[in-house]
Design a protein around this ligand. Structure first.
Ligand SMILES: [Zn+2]
Length: 107
């Protein structure tokens, strides 16, 4: 379910809620809000935010081209999203173990 962000229409007083913009979860088919639920001032939708789908698993991060490093011990990080020839562990001061971030950015 996506959420929408609303803010009071410029030129209207509004209240603490709508002056700073507030978020409201709505079903796709629901109509957009036109008035602040707290004070009734006219509001408009600021942006359409994707449903919250922050990638959490290494596989999801990898698919999105992120590199996730988890500290295993002092100076040693496990690269949970390693691809290709990347080293499973990144060791500080060992450049050859660094994730190949550049290639991911240009992909
Ligand atoms: Zn308000």
């Amino acid at each position: 379910m996506p959420f929408y962000e609303y803010q009071v229409v410029e030129g209207h007083e509004g209240c603490d809620t709508c002056r700073h913009s507030f978020e409201k979860w709505q079903k796709m088919k629901d109509d957009a809000l036109t008035a602040c639920p707290d004070c009734g001032a006219p509001v408009h939708r600021l942006l359409f935010a994707q449903s919250i789908s922050t990638p959490k698993t290494p596989a999801e991060l990898k698919n999105l081209g992120f590199t996730k490093l988890v500290k295993r011990e002092e100076g040693v990080y496990e690269n949970l999203t390693r691809t290709g020839n990347e080293s499973k562990y990144m060791v500080r001061d060992k450049p050859e173990t660094m994730p190949d971030i550049k290639s991911k950015i240009t992909d």
